[in-house]
Design a protein around this ligand. Sequence first.
Ligand code: SF4
Length: 485
Amino acid sequence: MPFPYAANRYREFRSRVWEEALPLAREPKRPNFDREPEMELQARWYGGEFGREFVGVDGERIEVVQFGHWNRGAGPDFTDAAVRINGELHGGAIEIDTNVKDWEGHGHGANPEFENVVLHVFADGPALSRFFTRTREHRNVCQVQLPQYAWSQGPPDFLPEAYPGRCVAPLSLMTDDEVESLLLSASQFRLQEKAERLRVMSRATSTEQALFQGIAEALGFYQNRTAMAVLAQRCPVSELGEMNPLEREARLFGAAGFLEQGIFDEALEGQSRRYLRGLWECWWKMRGGIESRPPKKISWKLSGSRPGNHPQRRVGALAALVSQWEALRPVWEQNVNNSVEKVVNNSLNNLRHPFWETRYTVKANPVSGRLTLLGKERQRDILGNVIFPVLIGLEPERWEEFTALKKVNTNHKLRRATLRLFGEDEERQQLFTSYYHQQQGLLQIYRDFCLEDLSECDHCPFPEQLAQWGQSKGRENSIRVSEAA
Ligand code: SF4
Protein backbone atom coordinates (compact mmCIF):
# COMPACT_ATOMS: atom_id res chain seq x y z
CA MET A 1 0.00 0.00 0.00
CA PRO A 2 1.55 3.32 -1.04
CA PHE A 3 2.76 5.94 1.41
CA PRO A 4 1.08 7.50 3.41
CA TYR A 5 -2.32 5.78 3.08
CA ALA A 6 -1.46 2.82 5.29
CA ALA A 7 -0.21 5.19 7.99
CA ASN A 8 -3.58 6.98 7.92
CA ARG A 9 -5.36 3.66 8.28
CA TYR A 10 -3.32 2.75 11.35
CA ARG A 11 -3.73 6.25 12.81
CA GLU A 12 -7.50 6.01 12.48
CA PHE A 13 -7.55 2.48 13.92
CA ARG A 14 -5.36 3.50 16.84
CA SER A 15 -7.55 6.45 17.83
CA ARG A 16 -10.70 4.39 17.48
CA VAL A 17 -9.29 1.67 19.70
CA TRP A 18 -8.43 4.16 22.41
CA GLU A 19 -11.73 6.03 22.06
CA GLU A 20 -13.59 2.83 22.78
CA ALA A 21 -11.30 1.68 25.56
CA LEU A 22 -12.18 1.50 29.23
CA PRO A 23 -11.34 4.73 31.07
CA LEU A 24 -8.66 2.99 33.14
CA ALA A 25 -6.79 1.86 30.04
CA ARG A 26 -7.29 5.24 28.37
CA GLU A 27 -5.80 7.18 31.24
CA PRO A 28 -2.74 8.92 29.77
CA LYS A 29 0.46 7.79 31.34
CA ARG A 30 2.51 10.59 32.83
CA PRO A 31 5.99 10.73 31.41
CA ASN A 32 8.51 9.68 33.98
CA PHE A 33 10.46 12.89 34.27
CA ASP A 34 12.61 11.63 37.12
CA ARG A 35 14.08 9.15 34.69
CA GLU A 36 14.61 11.73 31.95
CA PRO A 37 18.07 13.13 32.46
CA GLU A 38 18.30 16.87 32.12
CA MET A 39 20.95 16.64 29.44
CA GLU A 40 18.68 14.59 27.22
CA LEU A 41 15.99 17.23 27.56
CA GLN A 42 18.50 19.94 26.68
CA ALA A 43 19.78 17.95 23.70
CA ARG A 44 16.26 17.54 22.37
CA TRP A 45 15.62 21.24 22.84
CA TYR A 46 18.84 22.30 21.14
CA GLY A 47 18.33 19.79 18.34
CA GLY A 48 15.08 21.61 17.59
CA GLU A 49 12.91 18.61 18.44
CA PHE A 50 10.30 20.74 20.21
CA GLY A 51 10.15 23.32 17.42
CA ARG A 52 10.49 27.09 17.77
CA GLU A 53 7.03 28.31 18.58
CA PHE A 54 5.29 27.89 21.92
CA VAL A 55 2.53 29.26 24.06
CA GLY A 56 3.88 30.39 27.43
CA VAL A 57 2.37 29.32 30.74
CA ASP A 58 0.55 32.67 30.89
CA GLY A 59 -0.61 32.47 27.29
CA GLU A 60 2.28 34.46 25.76
CA ARG A 61 3.10 33.92 22.08
CA ILE A 62 6.71 32.77 22.12
CA GLU A 63 9.10 32.29 19.23
CA VAL A 64 12.70 31.18 19.73
CA VAL A 65 14.46 33.25 17.10
CA GLN A 66 17.92 32.02 18.08
CA PHE A 67 18.72 29.00 20.23
CA GLY A 68 22.00 30.56 21.37
CA HIS A 69 25.11 28.74 22.54
CA TRP A 70 25.22 25.71 24.76
CA ASN A 71 27.01 26.98 27.85
CA ARG A 72 29.71 24.53 28.96
CA GLY A 73 30.48 26.39 32.17
CA ALA A 74 28.57 27.79 35.14
CA GLY A 75 25.39 29.79 34.53
CA PRO A 76 22.32 29.23 32.40
CA ASP A 77 22.20 26.35 29.92
CA PHE A 78 22.03 28.42 26.73
CA THR A 79 23.47 31.89 26.37
CA ASP A 80 23.13 34.52 23.61
CA ALA A 81 19.66 33.35 22.70
CA ALA A 82 16.95 35.54 21.20
CA VAL A 83 13.31 35.03 22.04
CA ARG A 84 10.30 36.93 20.73
CA ILE A 85 7.61 37.21 23.39
CA ASN A 86 4.28 38.66 22.27
CA GLY A 87 6.08 40.27 19.34
CA GLU A 88 8.87 41.85 21.40
CA LEU A 89 12.42 40.58 20.87
CA HIS A 90 14.46 39.75 23.98
CA GLY A 91 18.14 38.81 23.97
CA GLY A 92 19.46 36.74 26.87
CA ALA A 93 19.81 33.23 28.19
CA ILE A 94 17.56 30.18 28.31
CA GLU A 95 17.45 27.76 31.22
CA ILE A 96 16.06 24.26 30.84
CA ASP A 97 15.00 22.09 33.75
CA THR A 98 13.12 18.84 34.04
CA ASN A 99 10.93 20.37 36.78
CA VAL A 100 9.95 24.03 37.14
CA LYS A 101 10.89 23.84 40.84
CA ASP A 102 14.51 23.05 39.93
CA TRP A 103 14.98 26.79 39.38
CA GLU A 104 14.88 27.39 43.14
CA GLY A 105 16.15 23.91 43.98
CA HIS A 106 19.37 24.63 42.06
CA GLY A 107 19.67 28.12 43.53
CA HIS A 108 19.21 30.02 40.25
CA GLY A 109 16.80 32.50 41.87
CA ALA A 110 19.64 33.84 44.04
CA ASN A 111 22.40 33.58 41.44
CA PRO A 112 23.35 36.81 39.57
CA GLU A 113 24.52 34.73 36.59
CA PHE A 114 20.86 33.90 35.92
CA GLU A 115 19.74 37.52 35.92
CA ASN A 116 19.55 37.73 32.13
CA VAL A 117 17.51 34.56 31.60
CA VAL A 118 14.64 35.41 29.28
CA LEU A 119 13.02 32.01 29.09
CA HIS A 120 12.64 29.17 31.59
CA VAL A 121 11.76 25.92 29.85
CA PHE A 122 10.66 22.89 31.83
CA ALA A 123 8.95 19.58 31.37
CA ASP A 124 7.03 19.07 34.58
CA GLY A 125 5.71 20.95 37.59
CA PRO A 126 3.32 20.70 40.53
CA ALA A 127 -0.19 19.68 39.48
CA LEU A 128 -2.14 21.82 41.92
CA SER A 129 -0.11 24.97 42.42
CA ARG A 130 1.65 27.56 40.28
CA PHE A 131 5.38 27.99 40.60
CA PHE A 132 6.83 31.26 39.27
CA THR A 133 10.34 31.76 37.97
CA ARG A 134 11.96 34.90 39.37
CA THR A 135 15.49 36.24 39.26
CA ARG A 136 17.62 37.66 42.08
CA GLU A 137 16.23 41.10 41.18
CA HIS A 138 12.75 39.60 41.37
CA ARG A 139 12.15 39.88 37.67
CA ASN A 140 9.48 37.46 36.47
CA VAL A 141 10.85 35.09 33.81
CA CYS A 142 8.60 33.88 31.03
CA GLN A 143 7.93 30.12 31.32
CA VAL A 144 7.31 27.42 28.74
CA GLN A 145 6.16 23.94 29.60
CA LEU A 146 7.21 21.52 26.91
CA PRO A 147 4.50 19.67 25.02
CA GLN A 148 4.24 16.01 25.81
CA TYR A 149 4.48 14.81 22.22
CA ALA A 150 8.19 15.06 22.57
CA TRP A 151 8.16 12.07 24.89
CA SER A 152 6.67 9.99 22.12
CA GLN A 153 9.59 7.64 22.06
CA GLY A 154 7.98 5.93 25.01
CA PRO A 155 9.17 5.27 28.49
CA PRO A 156 12.63 3.96 29.14
CA ASP A 157 13.30 0.32 29.19
CA PHE A 158 12.31 -0.77 32.64
CA LEU A 159 9.70 -3.40 31.88
CA PRO A 160 10.04 -6.93 33.12
CA GLU A 161 10.59 -9.77 30.67
CA ALA A 162 7.68 -10.33 28.35
CA TYR A 163 4.90 -12.91 28.50
CA PRO A 164 2.41 -13.76 25.75
CA GLY A 165 -0.40 -11.22 25.72
CA ARG A 166 -4.18 -11.48 25.45
CA CYS A 167 -3.99 -10.46 21.79
CA VAL A 168 -2.21 -13.71 20.80
CA ALA A 169 -5.58 -15.45 20.30
CA PRO A 170 -7.31 -12.84 18.06
CA LEU A 171 -4.10 -12.33 16.08
CA SER A 172 -3.87 -16.06 15.45
CA LEU A 173 -7.35 -15.91 13.89
CA MET A 174 -6.27 -13.26 11.40
CA THR A 175 -4.89 -14.30 8.02
CA ASP A 176 -1.23 -13.68 7.19
CA ASP A 177 -2.30 -10.93 4.79
CA GLU A 178 -4.31 -9.17 7.49
CA VAL A 179 -1.44 -9.32 9.98
CA GLU A 180 0.99 -8.12 7.33
CA SER A 181 -1.26 -5.17 6.47
CA LEU A 182 -1.53 -4.28 10.19
CA LEU A 183 2.25 -4.32 10.63
CA LEU A 184 2.85 -2.44 7.41
CA SER A 185 0.39 0.30 8.40
CA ALA A 186 1.84 0.59 11.90
CA SER A 187 5.30 0.82 10.41
CA GLN A 188 4.25 3.53 7.96
CA PHE A 189 2.78 5.46 10.87
CA ARG A 190 6.04 5.07 12.80
CA LEU A 191 8.11 6.19 9.85
CA GLN A 192 5.92 9.28 9.49
CA GLU A 193 6.54 10.16 13.14
CA LYS A 194 10.30 9.83 12.69
CA ALA A 195 10.14 11.93 9.55
CA GLU A 196 8.19 14.59 11.45
CA ARG A 197 10.79 14.72 14.21
CA LEU A 198 13.60 15.15 11.67
CA ARG A 199 11.59 17.72 9.75
CA VAL A 200 11.05 19.84 12.87
CA MET A 201 14.75 19.52 13.70
CA SER A 202 15.66 20.53 10.14
CA ARG A 203 13.59 23.67 10.41
CA ALA A 204 15.40 24.64 13.62
CA THR A 205 18.88 23.84 12.24
CA SER A 206 19.28 22.49 8.69
CA THR A 207 18.43 19.24 6.91
CA GLU A 208 22.08 18.22 6.91
CA GLN A 209 22.47 18.87 10.62
CA ALA A 210 19.26 16.98 11.44
CA LEU A 211 20.53 14.03 9.39
CA PHE A 212 23.94 14.25 11.01
CA GLN A 213 22.41 14.18 14.49
CA GLY A 214 20.11 11.32 13.48
CA ILE A 215 23.05 9.30 12.19
CA ALA A 216 25.14 10.07 15.28
CA GLU A 217 22.24 8.89 17.46
CA ALA A 218 22.03 5.65 15.48
CA LEU A 219 25.76 5.14 16.06
CA GLY A 220 25.26 5.63 19.80
CA PHE A 221 22.96 2.61 20.09
CA TYR A 222 20.54 2.61 22.98
CA GLN A 223 23.10 3.40 25.70
CA ASN A 224 24.75 6.45 24.15
CA ARG A 225 22.04 7.81 21.90
CA THR A 226 21.73 11.08 23.82
CA ALA A 227 25.49 11.45 24.30
CA MET A 228 26.02 11.14 20.54
CA ALA A 229 23.19 13.62 19.88
CA VAL A 230 24.88 16.15 22.18
CA LEU A 231 28.22 15.53 20.47
CA ALA A 232 26.66 16.14 17.03
CA GLN A 233 25.20 19.39 18.32
CA ARG A 234 28.50 20.53 19.78
CA CYS A 235 30.31 19.65 16.56
CA PRO A 236 27.95 20.76 13.75
CA VAL A 237 28.54 19.01 10.45
CA SER A 238 28.88 22.34 8.65
CA GLU A 239 31.91 23.17 10.85
CA LEU A 240 33.41 19.68 10.60
CA GLY A 241 33.09 19.82 6.81
CA GLU A 242 35.46 22.77 6.68
CA MET A 243 38.21 21.00 8.62
CA ASN A 244 40.86 18.57 7.52
CA PRO A 245 40.45 14.96 8.75
CA LEU A 246 42.83 15.35 11.71
CA GLU A 247 41.18 18.56 12.93
CA ARG A 248 37.76 16.99 12.50
CA GLU A 249 38.67 14.00 14.59
CA ALA A 250 40.39 16.12 17.22
CA ARG A 251 37.28 18.26 17.51
CA LEU A 252 35.03 15.24 17.94
CA PHE A 253 37.30 13.44 20.40
CA GLY A 254 38.04 16.60 22.37
CA ALA A 255 34.38 17.62 22.61
CA ALA A 256 33.54 14.05 23.64
CA GLY A 257 36.00 14.35 26.54
CA PHE A 258 38.25 11.57 25.20
CA LEU A 259 41.45 13.63 25.13
CA GLU A 260 41.80 14.13 28.85
CA GLN A 261 44.89 13.25 30.83
CA GLY A 262 43.29 10.21 32.48
CA ILE A 263 42.54 8.61 29.11
CA PHE A 264 46.05 9.37 27.86
CA ASP A 265 47.50 7.72 30.98
CA GLU A 266 45.41 4.61 30.35
CA ALA A 267 46.78 4.26 26.83
CA LEU A 268 49.85 2.19 27.61
CA GLU A 269 50.57 1.06 24.12
CA GLY A 270 52.86 3.29 22.01
CA GLN A 271 50.68 3.53 18.93
CA SER A 272 47.66 4.54 21.02
CA ARG A 273 49.68 7.26 22.71
CA ARG A 274 50.91 8.57 19.36
CA TYR A 275 47.35 8.60 18.07
CA LEU A 276 46.09 10.52 21.10
CA ARG A 277 49.04 12.91 21.05
CA GLY A 278 48.35 13.74 17.40
CA LEU A 279 44.75 14.56 18.25
CA TRP A 280 45.73 16.49 21.36
CA GLU A 281 48.18 18.70 19.45
CA CYS A 282 45.33 19.75 17.23
CA TRP A 283 42.73 19.93 19.99
CA TRP A 284 44.49 22.23 22.43
CA LYS A 285 44.57 24.99 19.81
CA MET A 286 40.83 24.83 19.23
CA ARG A 287 39.47 23.76 22.59
CA GLY A 288 38.77 27.26 24.01
CA GLY A 289 35.03 27.82 23.92
CA ILE A 290 34.35 24.21 23.00
CA GLU A 291 35.58 22.25 25.99
CA SER A 292 32.96 21.55 28.64
CA ARG A 293 33.38 21.92 32.38
CA PRO A 294 32.35 19.00 34.60
CA PRO A 295 28.61 19.49 35.02
CA LYS A 296 28.17 20.00 31.27
CA LYS A 297 30.47 17.25 30.12
CA ILE A 298 29.02 14.55 27.95
CA SER A 299 28.36 11.49 30.03
CA TRP A 300 29.04 8.17 28.31
CA LYS A 301 27.64 4.84 29.33
CA LEU A 302 30.15 2.04 29.10
CA SER A 303 28.37 -0.82 30.77
CA GLY A 304 26.19 -3.28 28.93
CA SER A 305 27.50 -2.63 25.42
CA ARG A 306 29.57 -4.90 23.22
CA PRO A 307 33.31 -4.15 23.06
CA GLY A 308 32.99 -3.10 19.42
CA ASN A 309 30.41 -0.49 20.41
CA HIS A 310 32.63 1.36 22.86
CA PRO A 311 31.85 5.07 22.50
CA GLN A 312 35.45 5.86 21.50
CA ARG A 313 35.08 3.54 18.48
CA ARG A 314 31.68 5.07 17.68
CA VAL A 315 33.19 8.56 17.68
CA GLY A 316 36.00 7.23 15.45
CA ALA A 317 33.33 5.88 13.08
CA LEU A 318 31.50 9.22 13.13
CA ALA A 319 34.73 11.01 12.19
CA ALA A 320 35.27 8.57 9.31
CA LEU A 321 31.67 9.01 8.24
CA VAL A 322 32.07 12.77 7.91
CA SER A 323 34.83 12.05 5.34
CA GLN A 324 32.17 10.28 3.26
CA TRP A 325 29.63 13.08 3.67
CA GLU A 326 30.00 14.34 0.10
CA ALA A 327 29.49 10.81 -1.28
CA LEU A 328 26.22 10.65 0.65
CA ARG A 329 25.02 14.07 -0.45
CA PRO A 330 23.09 12.85 -3.56
CA VAL A 331 20.86 10.86 -1.20
CA TRP A 332 19.38 13.85 0.58
CA GLU A 333 19.61 16.05 -2.47
CA GLN A 334 17.32 13.48 -4.17
CA ASN A 335 19.81 12.76 -6.91
CA VAL A 336 19.68 8.99 -6.68
CA ASN A 337 18.10 7.25 -9.66
CA ASN A 338 18.52 3.70 -8.45
CA SER A 339 18.61 2.09 -5.05
CA VAL A 340 19.21 4.37 -2.06
CA GLU A 341 20.29 1.34 -0.06
CA LYS A 342 23.06 0.64 -2.55
CA VAL A 343 24.38 4.21 -2.55
CA VAL A 344 24.38 4.40 1.23
CA ASN A 345 25.94 0.96 1.67
CA ASN A 346 28.63 1.72 -0.90
CA SER A 347 29.61 4.87 0.98
CA LEU A 348 29.46 3.30 4.42
CA ASN A 349 31.33 0.17 3.30
CA ASN A 350 34.15 2.48 2.30
CA LEU A 351 34.67 3.81 5.80
CA ARG A 352 38.27 3.32 6.84
CA HIS A 353 40.19 4.23 9.95
CA PRO A 354 43.66 2.78 10.43
CA PHE A 355 43.51 3.05 14.22
CA TRP A 356 39.91 2.08 14.98
CA GLU A 357 39.95 -0.83 12.57
CA THR A 358 42.25 -2.65 14.96
CA ARG A 359 41.20 -1.37 18.40
CA TYR A 360 38.25 -1.64 20.74
CA THR A 361 39.33 1.30 22.91
CA VAL A 362 42.41 3.50 23.20
CA LYS A 363 43.71 1.41 26.07
CA ALA A 364 43.25 -1.93 24.31
CA ASN A 365 46.05 -3.66 22.44
CA PRO A 366 45.58 -3.99 18.67
CA VAL A 367 43.72 -7.05 17.43
CA SER A 368 45.18 -9.22 14.67
CA GLY A 369 42.32 -9.02 12.14
CA ARG A 370 40.39 -6.06 10.86
CA LEU A 371 37.36 -4.85 12.82
CA THR A 372 34.45 -3.46 10.82
CA LEU A 373 33.92 0.20 11.50
CA LEU A 374 30.23 0.19 10.69
CA GLY A 375 28.59 -3.22 10.40
CA LYS A 376 25.65 -4.15 8.18
CA GLU A 377 23.22 -3.85 11.09
CA ARG A 378 24.21 -0.27 11.83
CA GLN A 379 24.05 0.62 8.16
CA ARG A 380 20.52 -0.77 7.95
CA ASP A 381 19.48 1.12 11.07
CA ILE A 382 20.84 4.36 9.66
CA LEU A 383 18.87 3.70 6.49
CA GLY A 384 15.68 2.67 8.24
CA ASN A 385 15.70 5.17 11.11
CA VAL A 386 17.12 8.27 9.50
CA ILE A 387 17.60 8.25 5.74
CA PHE A 388 14.35 6.61 4.57
CA PRO A 389 12.14 8.64 6.94
CA VAL A 390 13.56 11.83 5.45
CA LEU A 391 13.51 10.59 1.87
CA ILE A 392 10.04 9.07 1.85
CA GLY A 393 8.63 12.40 3.03
CA LEU A 394 10.14 13.93 -0.11
CA GLU A 395 9.68 10.98 -2.48
CA PRO A 396 6.74 8.80 -1.28
CA GLU A 397 7.47 6.22 -4.01
CA ARG A 398 10.60 5.25 -2.03
CA TRP A 399 8.24 3.45 0.37
CA GLU A 400 8.43 0.31 -1.79
CA GLU A 401 12.20 0.37 -1.45
CA PHE A 402 11.89 0.69 2.31
CA THR A 403 9.67 -2.40 2.52
CA ALA A 404 12.42 -4.43 0.83
CA LEU A 405 14.88 -3.59 3.61
CA LYS A 406 15.80 -6.79 5.45
CA LYS A 407 15.50 -7.22 9.21
CA VAL A 408 18.05 -6.25 11.80
CA ASN A 409 19.04 -8.55 14.63
CA THR A 410 16.37 -8.57 17.28
CA ASN A 411 16.95 -6.43 20.33
CA HIS A 412 15.31 -7.01 23.70
CA LYS A 413 12.37 -4.71 22.94
CA LEU A 414 11.63 -6.46 19.68
CA ARG A 415 11.91 -9.86 21.32
CA ARG A 416 9.35 -8.83 23.92
CA ALA A 417 6.99 -7.40 21.32
CA THR A 418 7.18 -10.58 19.25
CA LEU A 419 6.56 -12.81 22.24
CA ARG A 420 3.66 -10.72 23.50
CA LEU A 421 1.87 -10.62 20.15
CA PHE A 422 2.64 -14.02 18.65
CA GLY A 423 3.26 -16.10 21.77
CA GLU A 424 5.16 -19.30 21.06
CA ASP A 425 4.15 -19.47 17.39
CA GLU A 426 7.66 -19.63 15.93
CA GLU A 427 6.47 -19.75 12.36
CA ARG A 428 4.65 -16.45 12.69
CA GLN A 429 7.42 -14.96 14.77
CA GLN A 430 9.78 -15.61 11.88
CA LEU A 431 7.34 -14.68 9.13
CA PHE A 432 6.60 -11.29 10.66
CA THR A 433 10.07 -10.23 11.69
CA SER A 434 11.94 -10.89 8.42
CA TYR A 435 11.80 -7.31 7.15
CA TYR A 436 12.69 -4.02 8.75
CA HIS A 437 9.19 -2.55 8.26
CA GLN A 438 7.59 -5.54 10.03
CA GLN A 439 9.91 -5.09 12.99
CA GLN A 440 9.06 -1.40 13.08
CA GLY A 441 5.34 -2.18 12.96
CA LEU A 442 5.69 -4.56 15.89
CA LEU A 443 7.58 -1.96 17.89
CA GLN A 444 4.88 0.61 17.18
CA ILE A 445 2.08 -1.65 18.41
CA TYR A 446 4.18 -2.56 21.43
CA ARG A 447 4.64 1.14 22.19
CA ASP A 448 1.03 2.13 21.54
CA PHE A 449 -0.60 -0.65 23.52
CA CYS A 450 1.78 -2.79 25.59
CA LEU A 451 3.67 0.12 27.09
CA GLU A 452 0.41 1.95 27.81
CA ASP A 453 -1.15 -1.00 29.57
CA LEU A 454 -1.17 -1.13 33.37
CA SER A 455 -3.42 -4.14 33.79
CA GLU A 456 -1.48 -7.15 32.51
CA CYS A 457 -3.55 -6.99 29.31
CA ASP A 458 -6.90 -7.08 31.13
CA HIS A 459 -7.93 -3.58 30.15
CA CYS A 460 -5.98 -3.32 26.91
CA PRO A 461 -8.49 -2.48 24.16
CA PHE A 462 -6.35 -3.89 21.35
CA PRO A 463 -7.51 -7.58 21.30
CA GLU A 464 -11.25 -6.76 21.12
CA GLN A 465 -10.74 -4.17 18.42
CA LEU A 466 -8.56 -6.28 16.15
CA ALA A 467 -11.68 -7.52 14.34
CA GLN A 468 -12.17 -3.95 13.16
CA TRP A 469 -8.87 -4.00 11.34
CA GLY A 470 -10.35 -5.78 8.33
CA GLN A 471 -13.36 -3.46 8.36
CA SER A 472 -11.17 -0.36 8.43
CA LYS A 473 -9.81 -1.26 4.99
CA GLY A 474 -12.99 0.00 3.32
CA ARG A 475 -12.71 3.30 5.17
CA GLU A 476 -9.05 3.65 4.24
CA ASN A 477 -9.90 3.13 0.57
CA SER A 478 -12.48 5.85 0.72
CA ILE A 479 -9.98 8.27 2.35
CA ARG A 480 -7.57 7.45 -0.46
CA VAL A 481 -10.15 8.00 -3.18
CA SER A 482 -11.33 11.30 -1.69
CA GLU A 483 -7.73 12.52 -1.24
CA ALA A 484 -6.90 11.56 -4.82
CA ALA A 485 -9.99 13.42 -6.02
S1 SF4 B 1 -1.00 -5.11 26.32
FE1 SF4 B 1 -2.49 -5.31 24.67
S2 SF4 B 1 -1.26 -5.34 22.80
FE2 SF4 B 1 0.12 -5.75 24.50
S3 SF4 B 1 0.20 -7.96 24.67
FE3 SF4 B 1 -1.41 -7.29 26.06
S4 SF4 B 1 -3.27 -7.39 24.85
FE4 SF4 B 1 -1.57 -7.47 23.42
